[in-house]
Design a protein around this ligand. Sequence first.
Ligand code: SF4
Length: 231
Amino acid sequence: MEFIESLKCTDAWVKSPSSTSLYLTCPQQWVFAKQFPLMSEGILKGRKVAKWMEKLGGSGLKYEGVQDEDSDLFMACAKAQVFLEDKFPLMQESEVVFGRARIDRILGFDKVIIDFKYTNKIDPGFLQSKFQSYYESWQLYHYAWCVMSERGNWVKEFVDVGIMLISDKPKPGFRFHSWVVSRGEVRTWLESAVKVWEMMEEARVWKNYNSCFNDKYNTECFWYRKCKGGV
Ligand code: SF4
């Protein structure tokens, strides 16, 4: 059996999708994030949304809302849940864990992978490019690999992946988009993933100055001052 074919997503040396994405952005950021965990408002709100979606899907939480400053956002989550139940009525699983990858939801007998994302604002003009960034995301390929290679055997040729995007503005709501990932695409991704995980394992760190400023808003990397020798 070829090396790539024999890999298991539960192997201990396989890194988490979020950690790998950070390493790919800038290895120095990956080091800082381990030393100084970042808790921005957006991350905290994203965690709150993920927790709500988990409860809505897992324990049959009622939809009458919650006493919370974000109760309108909660109702957007509840509507997103109803949408998913209508679209994929068969068999639900919440929070499926494969090694270091945690998939928010796997739905339907055909196993549609769902990832919940929170964004402060949906700009209709940028919605297509927002979803486009997820098509190419490391995280979704990693999830597709987990589902296609159950217990080390490649069991599926194609898998559906979907993004449930929950937002606060212009008013609390959601957008959903799904697409198909093929085994060939996942295999190509896995070949490069192995090389990246090897570099992470060896803790090969450098500064990627191309990532110091966010492209869209030109904001500094969170660790910019520390990285440049400041506080
Ligand atoms: S400031 Fe630039 S080089 Fe330093 S951690 Fe951030 S992205 Fe990397």
